[in-house]
Design a protein around this ligand. Sequence first.
Ligand code: BGC
Length: 871
Amino acid sequence: MRIYGMATNRLRDPMGFLLNAPRLSYKVDQTDAKRQTAARIRIAMDAEMTALCFDSGKRADLDSLGFVPDLALTPRTRYWWDVEVFADDASSARSAPAFFETGKMQEPWAGQWITAPVVGNMVLTRRFTLPQDVRQARMYIVGLGLYELYCNGSKVGDELLAPFCNAYDRWIQLQTYDVGDLLVTGDNELRVMLGDGWYMGRFGFKGKRQLYGDAQALRCELHITLADGTRQTILSDTDWQATESPVRSASIYDGEAYDATFVPGLPMAAVPYAGLDDARLVDRLSPPVRVCQRLTPKEILTTPAGETVLDLGQEITGYLEFTTRAPAGTELKLSYFEILQDGNFYRDNLRSAQQIQTYIADGQPATVRPHFTFFGFRYVKLEGFTAARVSDFCGCVVHSDIVRSLTFSCANEKVNRLAENVMWGQRGNFLDVPTDCPQRDERMGWTGDAQAFSGTACFQMESQAFFAKYLYDMQQEQDKRQGSVPYVVPSVGVNGDGSCAWSDAATVIPWNLFLFYGDLELLRTQYSNMRDWVEWIYRTDEASGSKRLWHVGFHFADWLALDTKDGSAMGGTDMHYIASAYYYYSTSLLLKAAVALGYTQDIQRYTQLQAEIRQAIQREYFTPSGRLAQTTQTGYICALFMDFAPQEHRALLTRLLALDFEESNGQLRTGFVGTAYLCRTLSQIGLNALAYSLLLREDYPGWLYEVSMGATTIWERWNSVLPDGHMSDTGMNSLNHYAYGAVMEWVCRDVVGINPVEEAPGFRRALLKPLPDERLAHAEATYESAAGQYASAWRIDRDTFRWTVTIPFNATATLVFPRAEESTLRGLHPNLALAAQGGQLSATLDAGTYTFQYPLLPVGPQEQITVNCPI
Ligand code: BGC
């Protein structure tokens, strides 16, 4: 038996994070045992686990998804913990210790805010002497807008872009670093490089600067314990010196200019900086942002226009690192971009974002990278380089460092590439906030995009800690708006809030997190995001006639849908129908959360509200015989997926939706709202073959069109690039927009069939229900869930279906056998207690790996609708 994946708040050995009530989780594998019968968690002040401060005792109810110890935490303290697991086959194991370490918590600050007496990019320095060796040292630090800390010439930690992208007007995240190994007996130097970043550089719409502040500043406390136990602190104060930085300019959108020949003027004494209250400083929530992958570029080419262009071969977010020996004074210029046009450099779709990095060499060999920016790119135009070689460059992939949890492959290579592209979409856009895109002058936490993608995100990577920080920011923004949610979070000066599907991120994301990770404490925290948002819609409804519809306000609605009537970006489905649909949907999710948390009064309130909205929508939008007044694909999908259509008319709506596809030559017409649920709905309502047809379609509009066009990420538009290779538009056309990548949630849930279950969230129980289609012949996935690793792999060989599943320790799964006959299933496995339900055969199994092989029945008549499918 192996205990692995030990985490606190789903972070591995976190240091200096805001923990609140810490939730300890772990997983078990390499055992034939099926279940945990008891477990015991101990917490100690030492790695040897001798100085115990908490002992749960051996408990049958200890939950591996999130155990909350009854322990009051002290600031700046490391807690070691381990777990002993007892299993149903009498085996047991005890883990190696893991730890969590608190930050400053509520402790008052001794270090003060300091800044330079002049404006510009600054470097703050402090020299000091230590009389003897260091036993332990911790730095508690925050620099504004962005900072990098160096100790005796070495960068401290490998994180980039700290303190990240926050609603800085409400909270500023501080970081904790272990600097014990970098300090020496004798002379030491701390150096902090500062940049503008999101805090005060140009960001958001309309070229605004200084969104949150007008000066670079630093606050820190270095706590040192010397070898003999004496303590010493180095604080930010006016003993620090300020000099101008070789980073001559830096901006998130525009790039960075670094001058290695720059000779700063004489150092100036740092001055106190007033205006930032202590209450705003909060221990961090953001998972680390770092270089998570390094790619070798594909080639360096000369364009027809004579430019030298490096092709990375993959669109990424991050930067190029390069080595140079250029003579002193040489300016090297790198212009980052997404796509060649007519074989040449092209940047029109970046709008006002410059994405340029320059480096003025000082004649010394150097390895160069930018400090306070990042780029969305596949190509880089190189200027000033002589005889550039591929081996001088490295593509550094920068994102929030969270663990990948999905592997997928199938018989269709283009679908495999699509799956990779969706993964790249998450890597490229999970940079502290879930951004819409990483290249043009946006890169903001658009709520609608994040909401649509959140299920896929939870399949692909362990996303709980990442979204927990985003939802904390969201709550800050909601508190400023009586519960309403802005279009982007943090709001970075972008006006506007309360659009359906966008603001509903406040209910959809917390619910998805609970479904995937089963962390009840986190749901309790995020319940306020959910309730505040629904109550805001309710008040809006009350103020506009108490119709239990949401018939006012502006909504992005089915953004970028192809059925738009007037050429606008809003799609053809009435925005107030979609708004009312989300009023219903968000209330349903809130109700589910209230049930999970046992909030009796809220259960009553939202049960009633949900029923009233349902009635109102049915009255307003359905004819007595069941026709829907919104005859768009997205209209039908909302009614069926969000489940407010009259039960007795679902079959009719299914037929009408199928008819719509038939009339539109099997083409999807959906935008941001409809696309997220499109294939899932089709599979649920018996139009599974149609869902596969949409997935496999290689021409516009379809997911494989872009794959055929050589895309390495997901595009913003179904036709971002036209068949002749030209960009379809320059105004709003990104090649790395993950929203349509939401189709991967369907691939995971319905193609390979791995589903979370509401009654036992966190994959303590799963529903394994693949819906295969002969056109794919084979599909398989592994999913490292919160409860352990699931696998599902199927293959169709002539008429024989072979399906292998793995269920992790201490979990159960209900398997639904596709297109199976009872007689062929019986006897396949000794423990198979078959149940028949709604024409389908299922069985519930414990941990283990199981293979089933049986003849596939033909598809039902409805499932055969492939609707003019070209495949
Ligand atoms: C962004 C989107 C976003 C949308 C809202 C665009 O500019 O890139 O993805 O959700 O605006 O309308």
